[in-house]
Design a protein around this ligand. Structure first.
Ligand code: SAH
Ligand code: SF4
Ligand code: F3S
Length: 440
């Protein structure tokens, strides 16, 4: 009987992609994946450290699964990913429940480490690497729809934004061999996938040196787009300091490169951006938005914003709101600043915005973004969008759901359409999160 593994994933898309790599490594070692935690002999939790509440959720989850171990004495529990990297051995020492701790660059060692744990030893590997990209590993796809998938193009981050734990838990930036990226995207297309999202913490700094012939992100992106016109290509995340006109022209040139850019501003105040070590000012960011609007007029925009960073005043906060309003984001992820131990902000600045004010500022951002999200859809009724169908809508088996190139969700009566198909949909109305229409 093969051993069964259950993987639970927290955090960003990188972790989702990594869990697929982990599953591939384990299945080559004779493991079988299961969706049923009760039948697993090995439970892996792929963790996130980005904010304190992300870690708290995972601690809560660990407590909740502790009863499984009482029932099944040979069950092994592993913590992998960013929290494993941040807390290292401490995780095993303080938490009796945990048998295995593996950081994001040591997944190839997992079968060995599980065997160690089974033999009753402490199994920890949190070494970071300058080379590891798992380029040769074909991820085991664990998405539910079979239409869209992630392809990791680089790992780590060299930016050192002062609030951010990622460079510490994911190590130095390294790009993956483009041949292996092309092969993976091509295989996904042949398996029936119709959308790939190229992933990196800062995709604009993708760089592959082949005997002094340098390939940058725009070239990689056009190559992936050239695989097939029916394969949509998305990417995340762009960094405002690095996003180039060359990239914008590449996006404009290919119909199948999606017209959506996630360009995290973090703050609208140049003073705060400087403290954040983001390497751009409000004016620079606005200039980049102007370039996007002129080169790709139909492009949608989203952002990440942090409320209540160290020393943030009411005026700084208002600059964040006015930037959001000026851009008119179609979508935004907004967070309260959470101090992460060891980061530059934690070492150098005081986390001095009171919790209550952080919450207030966050609520103001969310309220504003709700308004902007509605505004971004208000002009859509009457328009026709090409929608890639991802499956049935959450609410009804008679309706399909998919997304436009701009990443807007569209729901419409299924008729005879199926997932993976492109359908032209006439938009009839909208809610705050969804466009509703009919196929034509
Ligand atoms: N590489 C990406 C983002 C990675 S983390 C980028 O640079 O945009 C995703 C988001 O989490 C960040 O954009 C930021 O808005 C948020 N974030 C990161 N560290 C945080 C912290 N300490 N407190 C609150 N939000 C944080
Ligand atoms: Fe963190 Fe900045 Fe790197 Fe993004 S670019 S992962 S925010 S250090
Ligand atoms: Fe992602 Fe969280 Fe790690 S956001 S890189 S899983 S700290």
């Amino acid at each position: 009987m093969s051993k069964k593994v259950f993987i639970e994933t927290y955090g960003c898309q990188m972790n989702v992609a990594d869990s697929e790599v982990v599953m591939s490594i384990l299945s080559n070692a004779g493991y079988e994946s299961t969706d049923n935690i009760n039948e697993a002999g090995l439970i892996l939790i792929n963790t996130c450290s980005i904010r304190d509440n992300a870690e708290q959720r995972i601690w809560g989850r660990l407590k909740a699964i502790s009863h499984l171990k009482k029932r099944k004495h040979d069950l092994k529990i592993g913590i992998i990913g960013c929290m494993a990297e941040r807390l290292k051995e401490k995780l095993i020492e303080t938490e009796k429940l945990v048998d295995i701790v593996v950081g994001p660059d040591a997944y190839r060692e997992l079968p060995l480490l599980v065997a160690e744990a089974e033999a009753g030893h402490k199994a920890v590997n949190v070494l970071l690497s300058r080379e590891e990209t798992y380029a040769d590993i074909s991820p085991v796809r664990m998405d539910k729809n079979g239409v869209s998938s992630f392809v990791s193009i680089m790992r780590g981050c060299n930016n050192m934004c002062s609030y951010c734990v990622v460079p510490y838990v994911r190590g130095a930036e390294r790009s993956r061999n483009p041949e292996s990226i092309m092969k993976e995207a091509q295989e996904l297309y042949e398996m029936g996938y119709r959308e790939v999202t190229l992933l990196g913490q800062n995709v604009d700094s993708y760089k592959w040196d082949n005997n002094n012939k340098i390939m940058g992100f725009p070239e990689l992106l056009s190559n992936v787009a050239a695989i097939n016109p029916l394969l949509r290509v998305r990417f995340s995340t762009s960094h405002p300091k690095d996003i180039s006109d060359e990239l914008l022209h590449t996006i404009a040139l290919h119909d199948n490169i999606c017209k959506h850019i996630h360009l995290p501003a973090q703050s609208g105040s140049s003073r705060i951006l400087k403290l954040m070590n983001r390497d751009y000012s409000r004016e620079w960011y606005m200039d980049r938005i102007k370039a996007i609007r002129s080169i790709i007029p139909e492009c949608s925009l989203s952002t990440d914003m942090i409320a209540g960073f160290c020393t943030e005043t009411k005026e700084d906060h208002e600059e964040s709101l006015s930037l959001m309003e000026w851009v008119g984001y179609d979508f935004a992820y907004m967070f309260k600043y959470s101090e992460r131990p060891g980061t530059r902000a934690a070492r150098k600045y005081k986390d001095d915005v009171p919790e209550l004010i952080k919450s207030e500022r966050l609520s103001e951002m969310i309220a504003l973004q709700n308004k902007l999200s509605i505004k971004s859809k208000k002009n859509d009724p009457g328009r026709i969008y090409e929608v890639l169908v991802e499956g049935y809508s959450k609410r009804s088996d008679e309706h399909l759901s998919g997304r436009t190139s701009q990443n807007k969700v569209v729901v419409f009566p299924a008729e005879s359409r199926v997932k993976g198909e492109y359908v032209n949909v006439l938009i009839e109305k909208c809610t705050s999160a969804t466009l509703i229409g009919k196929c034509i």
